[in-house]
Design a protein around this ligand. Structure first.
Ligand SMILES: *Cc1c(COP(=O)(O)O)cnc(C)c1O
Length: 344
């Protein structure tokens, strides 16, 4: 029996609506990495129905798959821009590459003259986009080709007080001063920082999927894991690989049917909990590839399944246990779950 991953499409729609209400400009939706692991084939159409007209993906192949899902109409933009070999996909799937360098600009106008494109500027993160000097050299040439969007990305928008936010805002404003082109700076965190950061278009991802920094997000992912077997363990006995956990008192141990191959990150073992109904149950010993031991001492009746994600535990709580972020918890969710969608 498989664990069940339930994805609440109504919650995703509600989160998009809620962010769109706070956002001054148009609100797009970022659905890269298969909608953060939740299934772009279900998530993107639900968001399109809710009113999203602009979608972002990481690479052209994702964009082509998304076009098959959404059909003609919505704008699909690609953060990695126009990479070697992308021209055919960009043309046939009607994608808008966010051009990141002079090389990409030349490649694009040579392979697909007149095909829409945007420009991504680096305002300080040093990840993707043209450096200010590069943009200075290319600006007039690029503008003559009519970019449909000029964007940049914030490095620290999950920390509103961080000085980097204001620095990047000022840098972006300087780099785009006087342009008559739609502008975009913010993802989820930037929307929450207020109107100065909104410009013409915002690009939320994690907030749609129920993660921080969108503190008011509705939970989206519910993960229930069946109990395979229950045993009584005596003081002095151990549980799991490496004997890292040893019982100090009589303990009832449930072995549940998920492990690190399902994205339950092994490193979270010592700090992780699951829930049996309302009761918090500690993970005992190391997380195996397909199995986890949990403490169900005193829980009556013995549960037939436990909750890893849901009402009692958010992706961010679980991320804390693993020393990571909700984004990684979602994108790590494995292929072995029975996926159920509700709402939509
Ligand atoms: C992933 C990404 C987003 C979405 O960010 P969230 O923090 O998930 O809202 C927006 N813009 C760019 C460039 C991205 O890479």
């Amino acid at each position: 029996m498989q664990p069940t991953l339930t994805i609440d499409l109504d919650a995703i729609r509600g989160n998009w609506r809620n962010l769109a209400r706070q956002n001054g400009g148009e609100t797009a939706a970022v659905v890269k990495a298969n909608a953060y692991g939740l299934g772009a084939d279900r998530v993107a159409p639900a968001l399109a129905e809710e009113g999203a007209r602009h979608f972002f993906v990481a690479i052209a192949e994702e964009g082509a798959a998304l076009r098959r899902i959404l059909g003609p109409g919505p704008t699909i933009s690609v953060f990695s821009g126009h990479m070697p070999g992308d021209a055919e996909l960009i043309a046939s799937a009607d994608l808008v590459p966010m051009i990141n360098s002079i090389d990409q600009m030349l490649r694009h106008v040579e392979a697909l003259p007149g095909h829409p494109f945007g420009v991504q500027l680096d305002s300080g993160m040093n990840r993707l986009g043209m450096e200010p000097a590069e943009w200075g050299a290319l600006r007039d040439i690029a503008l003559a080709q009519n970019p449909v969007l000029v964007m940049s990305h914030l490095a620290c928008s999950d920390e509103p007080q961080h000085g980097m936010n204001d620095f990047q805002l000022r840098t972006f404003a300087e780099l785009t001063h006087g342009l008559d082109v739609p502008l975009s700076l913010s993802a989820t965190g930037g929307i929450l920082m207020g109107p100065d950061y909104h410009f013409d278009l915002s690009r939320p991802g994690i907030g749609l999927y129920g993660g921080l920094p969108f503190i008011d997000a509705q939970p989206v992912a519910y993960l229930d894991i069946p109990v395979i077997q229950v045993r009584e363990v005596a003081p002095g006995e151990s549980v799991g690989y490496g004997n890292t956990w040893i019982a100090r008192r009589p303990t009832r141990v449930a072995t549940i049917a998920a492990g690190y191959a399902d994205g339950v990150l092994r490193g979270m073992g010592p700090k992780a909990y699951v829930y049996a109904g309302e009761t918090r149950c500690k993970v005992l010993g190391r997380i195996s590839m397909d199995l986890i031991g949990v403490d169900v001492t005193g829980i009556e009746p013995v549960p037939d399944h436990v909750e890893l994600l849901g009402r009692h535990q958010s992706i961010d709580t679980l991320a804390d246990a693993a020393g990571t972020i909700g984004y990684e918890i979602l994108t790590a969710l494995g292929a072995r779950y029975a996926r159920r969608y509700t709402g939509g």
